[in-house]
Ligand binder design. Sequence first.
Ligand SMILES: NC(=O)c1ccc[n+]([C@@H]2O[C@H](COP(=O)([O-])OP(=O)(O)OC[C@H]3O[C@@H](n4cnc5c(N)ncnc54)[C@H](OP(=O)(O)O)[C@@H]3O)[C@@H](O)[C@H]2O)c1
Length: 329
Amino acid sequence: MSSDLNQKIYVAGHRGMVGSAIVRNLQVKGFTKIVTRTHAELDLTNQAQVKAFFEQEKPDQVYLAAAKVGGIYANNTFPAEFIYQNLMIEANVIHQAFEAGVKKLLFIGSSCIYPKMASQPMAENALLTGTLEPTNEPYAIAKIAGIKLCESYNRQYGQSHGIDYRSVMPTNLYGPGDDYHPENSHVIPALIRRFHEAKLANAPKVLIWGTGTPKREFLYVDDMATASIFVMDLAKEIYDQHTKPMQSHINVGYGEDVTIADLAHAVAKVTSYSGKIGFDNSNPDGAPRKWMDSGRLNRLGWKARVDLESGLKLAYRDFVKTYSEKSLS
Ligand SMILES: NC(=O)c1ccc[n+]([C@@H]2O[C@H](COP(=O)([O-])OP(=O)(O)OC[C@H]3O[C@@H](n4cnc5c(N)ncnc54)[C@H](OP(=O)(O)O)[C@@H]3O)[C@@H](O)[C@H]2O)c1
């Protein structure tokens, strides 16, 4: 593992949930030369701006955690924005990083790259073996392009320019900095908000979409950040031993999944909601199970540390702190 604390590191998307966790964890490790830009300061879809930024800063490493991100509703409603913006961000950052001589880059993708009917748990070699989930296909295609950009630059320029661009594919994430928007949010922030509001309103019952039987995997975002730094810092020969030039991404999961019903009960407990929980069977459930095979990363020596209950407590504390004085619109 390399731990040269003098490395100049650009974290793209440092105000987002994942990017901010990566910055926190880099700081804890003692890295001090961390470069950031807000979206307003640097629009990563703008090629000229990204080129000028890399020419000026010339970082040693890049964590690419900037993306247009959203839940099913947002993905379904704005598919053009999801595919265009994500393709542009990845192409600009990866190409201009290469042009500026950046040797190490970590691209952050998502488990939605895997086919809808992938066998469970989903291993890295399930990529491009079947049809994607249609609701977020444009986003997933952009994420697959990000992996292939990294691999293609490695294959063409790895030896000649000494570059080493890697990818990690996390499962569902949650934690400080999450998006609690009622329409755009993912399942954990949506449940935190619903149970919190139900508690404040003394609502007798909270109705959950679907049967509650599908199983999903959730990883606390600081675990994702430590996994990202771990993968970035792995020695090249070790990374190469565990990956292939055209299948180089690494899954990042918690290792276990839970039913939506169990998750709802866990969120109710953490938010101190004491009413009833019901399930609205008239709504569709989605895939019965989505669970990552994280064996590759575990064999390399990384394991998640924050269990679901502890993570939910930390996430809820952040929700209350962030939103208690704002209107919950
Ligand atoms: N959240 C999850 O459950 C989850 C699960 C699996 C994978 N991931 C992956 O993790 C990565 C980060 O996700 P996240 O949850 O941290 O998302 P997030 O909280 O929405 O953060 C994304 C960041 O990217 C910035 N950004 C977006 N477009 C930009 C642009 N054109 N120029 C500059 N900055 C831009 C955003 O800034 P603004 O807000 O100012 O636009 C935001 O700070 C994504 O690649 C996502 O696919 C997330």
